[in-house]
Design a binder for this molecule. Structure first.
Ligand SMILES: Cc1ncc(COP(=O)(O)O)c(C=O)c1O
Length: 371
């Protein structure tokens, strides 16, 4: 039988999105790094206002109102911004524009696994570089690859660690004129960002999303900052009307109320600090996170059973069974009450594992003998 699609598509493994239970189902959802707090009330007002007869008409192809709001908020000219249907779409455009069959793309391992999917679609060669000590992004090893496209997810998922802007600056210089994409999906929860590098270097594209800090995952809004030649290249591969009218106005309203976003970010960061502390007390290794999630690991102990047990109790967390972090859970930061429910469910599951690993409790140790 002849295959219906290109061989690369027939062969590839599809991306697996995190589970999205139907609305109204009572679960504690800590699996896809959404914001536990609602978007600005200005978003609702803007959407209601634009949900009228203007929907007869196609939306503005370059999402002008949204791009204008981003230009104002970030102090960057409109010519340096392109809007996407989520930053996933911008990633797809970047892969499509930069990579043909056999071209090399480099990124850390592990990182956001959509990069693998997009590389497979383009039939690109992947240089997946293991994270450094303490899960640090492997910047100098990435520089040595001289790939046609290099991506740094910063902060990185699933570990929440971050590369400092100076390191990214050097990476951009080392690989020029090849493109460096800095995926800053989680950067509003971090202490630094690399937006200025898009102004400084002609080969840097910085991606942002409204899905996390602005609480708008359901609206599908992202943007890319880069110098005009990069933006012009991306416009060539963009769908004509990639953002709906509702998304354009919602995005503009959200960006106009950045103070709302910052308040929510502060709440999430406070809960993140408490979560890291509590998980470490339970015996997990938790790298300090600069994102709205934490990675909780017990080295060498697969987490399938714990993830499934939590699921049965109505708590969804992310688990990556076939990765180097099969021994970890990625836990999105929810509201304090949601995290309290997680701790209550998790503690009895993890206690016997931690106890069994403590040298003092192993058979033959002096403490174990005394008991
Ligand atoms: C690192 C990273 N980049 C991009 C995205 C996609 O975000 P969006 O919702 O804007 O498509 C995600 C979503 O989880 C992500 O984790």
């Amino acid at each position: 039988m002849t295959a219906m699609f290109r061989e690369a598509i027939e062969r590839m493994t599809p991306y697996t999105p995190g589970e999205q239970p139907r609305l109204g189902k009572r679960v504690i959802k800590l699996n896809t790094n959404e914001n536990p707090y609602p978007p600005s009330p200005m978003v609702r007002r803007a959407v209601v206002k634009s949900a009228g007869s203007s929907l007869r008409l196609y939306p503005p192809p370059r999402a002008d109102e949204f791009v204008g709001a981003a230009a104002r908020l970030y102090g960057i000219s409109r010519e340096m911004i392109i809007a996407g249907n989520g930053s996933d779409e911008l990633l797809a455009m970047l892969f499509r524009a930069a990579l043909g069959p056999g071209d090399k793309v480099a990124y850390a391992l592990p990182t956001y696994s959509l990069y693998d999917t997009l590389a497979a679609i383009q039939e690109a060669r992947v240089a997946a570089i293991p994270l450094g000590p303490a899960f640090a992004p492997p910047l100098s090893e990435l520089a040595n690859q001289h790939a046609r496209l290099t991506i740094v997810c910063n902060p990185n998922s699933p570990c929440g660690t971050i590369a400092e802007p100076d390191g990214l600056d050097s990476l951009a210089q080392a690989i020029a004129p090849n493109l460096l994409v800095i995926d800053e999906a989680y950067v509003d929860f971090a202490e630094t960002n690399a937006l200025h590098l898009a102004k400084r270097h002609g080969n840097v594209a910085v991606l942002r999303t409204l899905s996390k800090s602005f609480s708008l995952a359901g609206m599908r809004l992202g943007f890319c900052f880069a110098q005009p030649p990069v933006i012009e290249g991306l416009l060539k591969v963009k769908d004509s009307y990639n953002l709906s009218r509702l998304a354009v106005t919602a995005g503009a309203a959200a960006l106009a109320d950045a103070a709302w976003m910052r308040r929510n970010v502060e709440l999430v960061k406070r809960t993140r600090a408490a979560t890291e502390k509590r998980l470490r007390q339970m015996g997990f290794e938790v790298p300090p996170s600069q994102a709205n999630f934490v990675l909780a690991r017990i080295a060498g102990h697969p987490m399938d059973a714990i993830a499934n047990a939590l699921r049965r109790r109505g708590i969804l967390v992310r688990h990556f069974p076939r990765s180097v972090f099969a021994d970890a859970l990625r836990i999105s930061i929810g509201r304090p009450a949601e995290m309290a429910a997680l701790f209550k469910a998790l503690e009895p599951l993890v206690k016997p594992i931690v106890a069994a690993r403590e040298p003092a409790n192993r058979p033959g140790s002096s403490r174990a003998l005394k008991q």
